[in-house]
Design a protein. Structure first.
Length: 94
């Protein structure tokens, strides 16, 4: 994320201990990249994320389809966005 006032790049790791679909991590990233970038690239990001998971052998392509990833992404985006927006101010300079 770019702090527009200082022009510094800030990385916020929303990693928490838990078990869940990979789409949750993708939702965290998509929440902080900016609406315009997300809307323009959402489908391409989902496809690339899925292709990478398949290529690295992290998931079974028969079970973890692009359609399933997209379904999970849609299901988890709003709750994850709420979490990100709730905690984001704690990490930003005042």
């Amino acid at each position: 994320m770019l702090n527009k006032e200082t022009q510094q790049t800030v990385l916020i790791d929303f990693e928490i201990f838990g078990w869940g679909p990979g789409a949750v991590d993708l939702c965290s990233f998509m929440c902080i990249i900016g609406t315009e970038i997300r809307q323009a690239n959402e489908e391409a990001f989902l496809k690339r994320y899925h292709e990478t998971l398949i290529a690295t052998g992290k998931v079974d392509p028969e079970i973890h389809t692009l359609e399933k990833l997209t379904e999970d992404y849609v299901k988890f985006f709003v709750p994850r966005a709420f979490q990100v927006l709730l905690f984001l101010p704690l990490f930003l300079p005042k």
